[in-house]
Design a protein around this ligand. Structure first.
Ligand code: 5AD
Ligand code: SF4
Length: 478
């Protein structure tokens, strides 16, 4: 690999280390020499995976804009293409390999195009090796810890004409004051913390995203206050495990405190993702009951309903403990909509253990669930656990679970028929001409008749008239 500028390569063993050292906060700053590098050139950012990646892509767009690039009308003809990747499951990665194939054609048409790969995949040793050895059209590979290096990496590529690779396997810092081009003018992502220290045995995230590190509460509150001034209606607080917010930074301030403080900023709606049941605490439950802006929806991944499987997943709670939190929350906020993530066919999961997951779904009656077949991730403990299930058995379990979860979707929506719900309007509905759509506080997709584009970005009252499994229909109130 002579034609590569290798600054740093990923190291999964190093990525697992957790040392007691202070988290560095980096204030974004860009050297003047990079501020015109993109003049007259265009960029495109393609984002895959979680909301964390969506938020990172807004920073990447901000940095490229500060370098003089403008957003390309046609992404596949951009001068710089950034592929922000996800490594959570094999099928997420397969999509990326497919897109990379497409980009090969785009680069053939436009040989001076610069293709950059970032996000979680480059943090994996094997993936980065494959980017370098099998995909000659990839120019720059960087990771989750060095988005702020993007200007230098592009300059290095332009100067040398060689590929540039910089993937850091460190615990990670906190980037503040980075420019952002937000996709929406009324809904915003707000990072509250980065990384994960849970080390669920199936999950690659603690390796790709580093240790848990919370932003200073003042920085978060200031960001939300600014969003309110700009007319934003909704913020979604982001972190791999938001309920651990503050643990690495404060002794007397937690995620619940943050919700109470953000409620005072005047933002109309607060959502957050993702929660870990173990760290989901009473103060957060109180915030759901007492803070007007905290929306009555909680995404609380359970992963399995069986105690032995939960133990081997290293989830650190039992079926009963999970239910205790759910019941406490339902007592405090009876109308709460709860959604979840569930993995089936974890190595060694017996039919009996799988049934315990089905039982839990019956107990909680989820408003929605993302369901997955276990996908072995190299570098994680569960990668080497023995799995004796056939592909057919795995698929059957997934289907049984999907059928069970779906049976509750309609009931979850029917309870709103006849009520008036405030809907934050997103735009034209795919459900018919002259219709708009948006989300209710409980995160239900709602379609209603209106052809008034001025309503987009506003919260309007809609009377729900009909419920379906995946959405509700209503009439705009005067
Ligand atoms: N296999 C299958 N599902 C996984 N998830 C995370 N890692 C894996 C894996 N190796 C699921 C979990 C998590 C969601 C984001 O993805 O359910 O909550
Ligand atoms: Fe992965 Fe578990 Fe951390 Fe979620 S809490 S990101 S599933 S290790």
């Amino acid at each position: 690999m002579k034609k590569v500028n290798t600054i740093a390569l990923p190291d999964l063993k190093k990525a697992r280390n957790r040392r007691k050292e202070e988290t560095k906060t980096i204030l974004f700053d860009m050297n003047n020499e990079y501020k015109t590098l993109g003049n007259g050139k265009t960029y495109a950012v393609m984002t895959y995976g979680c909301q964390g990646n969506e938020a990172d892509s807004e920073v990447i767009s901000g940095i490229l804009t500060n370098m003089g690039y403008t957003k390309a009308e046609e992404p596949l003809k951009a001068d710089v293409i950034i592929l922000n990747t996800c490594a959570i499951r094999a099928n997420a990665e397969d999509r990326i390999w497919g897109v990379l194939g497409q980009l090969k054609g785009a680069k053939r048409e436009k040989p001076d195009m610069t293709i950059c790969i970032c996000g979680c995949m480059p943090q994996e040793e094997n993936a980065t090796q494959k980017f370098l050895e099998t995909y000659p059209h990839v120019d720059i590979v960087f990771g989750t810890h060095n988005i702020n290096s993007l200007p230098q990496l592009i300059a290095k590529k332009y100067d040398s004409g060689k590929k540039v690779v910089e993937v850091l396997s460190e615990q990670g810092g906190i980037l503040e004051a980075a420019p952002k081009i937000r996709v929406s003018k009324y809904k915003a992502w707000v990072n509250v913390m980065f990384g994960c220290d849970e080390f669920c045995t199936y999950c690659i995230v603690p390796y790709t995203r580093g240790k848990e590190r919370s932003r200073a509460k003042e920085d978060i509150i200031k960001e939300v206050e600014q969003l309110v001034k700009e007319g934003y209606q909704e913020v979604t607080l982001l972190g791999q495990n938001v309920n651990a917010y503050g643990k690495d930074r404060y002794t007397d301030y937690s995620f619940g405190n943050l919700l109470f403080d953000l409620d005072k900023t005047g933002i109309a709606r607060i959502r957050y993702t993702t929660s870990h049941p173990r760290d989901f605490d009473d103060l957060t439950i109180r915030a759901h009951a007492e803070c007007k802006s905290v929306m009555p929806h909680l995404h609380l991944p359970v992963q399995s309903g069986d105690d032995e499987v939960l133990r081997r997943m290293n989830r650190k709670y039992t079926h009963a403990e999970y239910m205790e939190k759910v019941n406490k929350l339902k007592a405090a906020r009876p109308d709460i909509a709860i959604t979840t993530d569930i993995i089936v066919a974890f190595p060694g999961e017996t039919e009996e253990q799988f049934k315990h997951t089905l039982d839990l779904v019956d107990e909680v009656k989820y408003d929605g669930a993302y369901t997955f077949i276990f996908s072995p991730r190299e570098g994680t403990p569960a990668y080497s656990y023995e799995n004796t299930l056939t592909e057919e058995e795995k698929k059957n379990r997934l289907q049984t679970l999907i059928d069970k979860v779906n049976s509750y979707y309609l009931k979850g929506n029917e309870r709103f028929v006849g009520t008036v719900q405030p809907v934050l309007v997103d735009g034209p509905s795919k459900n018919g001409d002259d219709m708009l759509c948006g989300y209710t506080p409980h995160n239900k997709l709602c379609h209603f008749k209106s052809n008034n584009p001025d309503l987009i970005g506003k919260i309007v009252n809609v009377k729900i008239t009909e419920a379906f499994s995946w959405f509700v229909i209503g009439e705009l109130c005067d």
